[in-house]
Design a protein around this ligand. Sequence first.
Ligand code: TYM
Length: 337
Amino acid sequence: TQRVLTGITTTGTPHLGNYVGAIRPAIAASREPGVESFFFLADYHALIKCDEPDRIERSRLEIAATWLAAGLDTQRVTFYRQSDIPETTELTWLLTCVTAKGQMNRAHAYKAATDANEAAGEDIDANISMGLYSYPILMAADILLFNAHRVPVGRDQVQHIEMARDVAQRFNHLFGRGRELFVLPRAEVEEDVATLPGLDGRKMSKSYDNTIPLFEGGPKALKEAVARIVTDSRLPGEAKDPDGSSLVTIHDAFASTEQRAALRADLRAGLAWGEAKARSVALIESHVGPMRARYEELMAHPERVEDALLEGARKARAVALPLMRELRDAVGLRAMV
Ligand code: TYM
């Protein structure tokens, strides 16, 4: 069997990028025969970027309800909260001890933070926590603790998975005594939607505040957000270039081949941007509307979500504990003579 694993950080409201980049492909993978899946709420990761407990709590419920509403089947998928698996932090330490500091210096999130400090004329490490710095090691622990083969993610996470692969390789080499303690994971990225753009054309991201919510706010919020997608200033009737348009990319993430071709042809023939937006809203709503009804039902019953997570944690720990025991042995913490 192949193991598929992915997580979402519990710092914000799920957006279209999370859905098309991670949730949709992950759920599709979980339905393949011979696949065992582990999907989780990365709440330890949330602490790195957020010191507002209320927001983390709210986000956890929203993200959990989103997974369930999007069709995650808790019979097939082990669905859990990262912090219910404390072995994650234990493994993080074992991995930290075999990770080169220089490799962490090159991690995108850390580099972006030091670059920003440098540009502002500050000390390069100003306001950067060890949490941010070690973030990729915590993520490696998430993946390796379940010996995942496949990790469906958006493009922004690929570097982290490559780092997880490196550290797994090093660990196997140092402690495996010829055995593969860890599976080497591989990122799975859907090329078409690897980086869904946001309202301003940059990557859709909570940190840029340019997201389109998947369910929150109902059809009204969806319509308002789509109305704010930046387009060029061509007037109705003028020919428009669909290539490089964020609106078209977002539309395409939900469209059939025919629908994609039709929008392109119509824009070239002068369709107004406003019309293209209305068409995109209707298309997206036709996909997310039915799921939103389930989402709202779950948001009104947090105890159901909590029950599902606790059951998932039980299943996840049953997998994590034996491996963790083996790892303690392998590094010399427990092995008996
Ligand atoms: P996070 O919470 O930032 O994003 C969750 C998932 O959504 C994808 N994504 C996108 N995909 C396409 N276009 C976009 N604009 C877009 N924005 C977000 C992300 O690539 C990701 O797949 N560190 C991770 C969470 C994590 C994790 C893991 C993932 C923790 N441990 C282990 C996989 C395996 C993160 O912060 O993702």
